[in-house]
Ligand binder design. Structure first.
Ligand code: ZN
Length: 489
């Protein structure tokens, strides 16, 4: 099997395999009397065939291992695969397929299980050279091969909207293509979470004259007015169509990010004066979330605007899942803080304590961390610049080393304490960060790893979904996808 046997990704937690010189055979006999594994046998059998002449007998048996976990035991010409549920058998067979592709039958055992229940990646039809269905399906298959189980699907203007045909662009997917996407994900045990923006990032709709009256500011095409009743109606009709095309999707992402610039039109301004911007935002997002619950879908929202305007939480149903994005954290603890609420009140956007500029103890932080501080973060007298209001709300979550050190993803426990379940979102490609023309993967990999470690140490986070935003060749998606699999498992 060569000098380094079994490059299995994600690396199994327990693996004791020894190489042999017996070629992996052409003939693989699978015996299965476990109902939950039966549908998988046909699908994976052809993946398991090699070139040798012997026969490999594979037995699938049921044990009471944890959900998604499995064990493999190779002994001479026999492989015993044990798991307790369909995901467990699926993961086991993916591991066997990675071993078989090395060409030799090993002896020994593998035992493995996932640490995070949601392990996801972002499939963004608006970016990646507007990738087509064929490439999207390949991405989903690769996700499954590396034991991810969730895909966040964002269509933007590439959805075939019937109610607003002008919004869907010429290269929108067809209903049949969306059906194929669903069928493939279903067969592979991948959860699809569709995303339809509800307030901001709606340039593709608000650029059209007949919808331009919904803009919060006449000259800005990206943001709707949360106080215009027709805004929610537009969201409902767009989201309603997406739901209809994803009948099995239990969760639905309503976006809601980067909507802080509400409060400009006369109505919003007046309401904000009376009750604060948080109430204006919260009421709108809360209504959208309740509508999704009425449709039988669990709502999901990006966290950033809520974090800027925490009064909004009071208006949000507790079932709403938070997706907490932070593309800056590359270690835990970190010197760098994103003080969203303080920034909304005129404070810094991304900051680290001024003491770091003195250059002392530089050796304790990595080059990637220094790069992030230099490119994205401002040295400030951190405690003073955040203000009492911010510290009153969040200081308990910033960690013991504050202000010099900040706990990475400090709002994770804050959202949980407010009664919401959380999925975190690192980025595989974000902030426009490239080096020599290609994505700065080194930084993104630290970001992905930091999220995974924080989710695991927190213990209650549901998991993570890595985002990817660049309009670059879709082949670049595979690196962060595989890194996500390695870290999240
Ligand atoms: Zn308004």
């Amino acid at each position: 099997m060569g000098d380094k046997p079994c490059h299995i990704i994600p690396i199994p937690k327990r693996m004791s395999l020894e190489s042999t010189d017996r070629p992996w055979p052409k003939r693989v006999d699978v015996s299965c009397d476990v109902a939950c594994a039966e549908p998988l046998v046909g699908r994976y059998k052809s993946d398991l065939a090699g070139r040798g002449d012997e026969l490999l007998k594979v037995s699938l048996i049921e044990t009471n291992s944890r959900s998604g976990g499995y064990e493999l035991s190779f002994d001479k010409g026999v492989l015993i695969v044990s798991a307790s549920d369909t995901p467990g058998f699926r993961h086991a067979l993916q591991t066997v397929s990675q071993i078989s592709s090395e060409g030799r039958i090993p002896v020994g055992t593998v035992a493995d299980w996932p640490e995070l229940s949601i392990r996801g990646f972002h499939l963004n039809f608006e970016a990646y050279r507007r990738l087509d269905l064929k490439r999207a399906l390949h991405l989903i298959r690769t996700a499954e091969h590396f034991k991810l189980n969730t895909i966040l699907v964002e269509y933007g203007p590439r959805f075939p909207f019937k109610s607003h045909p002008s919004i869907g662009e010429a290269d929108a997917l067809t209903p049949e293509e969306i059906q194929q996407l669903n069928a493939e994900a279903d067969a592979l045990g991948i959860r699809i979470i569709p995303l339809q923006q509800s307030l901001a990032h709606l340039e593709y709709a608000l650029k059209h004259e007949h919808l331009s009256h919904l803009r919060e500011r006449r000259e800005k095409r990206n943001l709707m007015c949360p106080r215009d009743p027709q805004s929610l109606e537009l969201f409902k009709s767009l989201a309603g169509e997406v739901i209809e095309r994803h009948p099995k999707a239990e969760w639905f992402h309503l976006g809601g990010d980067e909507a802080r610039k509400i409060g400009h039109c006369a109505r919003c301004k007046e309401d904000a004066k009376q009750e604060g911007l948080g109430a204006v935002y919260g009421r709108y997002i809360g209504d959208a979330a309740r509508w999704l619950l009425d449709q039988g879908r669990r709502p999901i929202v990006w966290d950033d605007t809520l974090c800027s305007l925490p009064d909004a939480f009071e208006h949000l149903p507790k079932e709403t899942l938070m997706t907490y994005w932070d593309y800056i954290a590359v270690a835990d603890p970190t010197p760098v803080l994103i003080p969203r609420m303080a920034h909304a009140d005129g404070g810094p956007r991304v900051a680290h304590d001024w003491a770091w500029s003195l250059g002392r103890k530089r050796g304790r932080i990595s080059d990637v961390q220094i790069q992030v501080m230099r490119n994205y973060s401002k040295p400030v007298r951190l405690r003073a610049s955040l203000g009492k209001k911010y510290l009153g709300e969040f200081e308990a979550y910033l960690g013991n080393g504050f202000p010099r050190w900040v706990r990475a993803l400090p709002y994770l426990e804050y959202y949980q304490d407010r009664g919401h379940e959380v999925i975190t979102s690192p980025t595989g490609m974000g902030n426009g960060d490239t080096q020599d023309g290609v994505p700065n993967f080194e930084r993104f990999e630290h970001n992905i790893r930091t999220h995974a470690e924080r989710c695991k140490s927190n213990g209650k986070a549901l998991g993570m979904i890595t985002t990817a935003w660049y309009n670059m060749p879709p082949e670049l998606l595979y690196q962060p996808l595989i890194r996500t699999a390695q870290c999240a498992w």
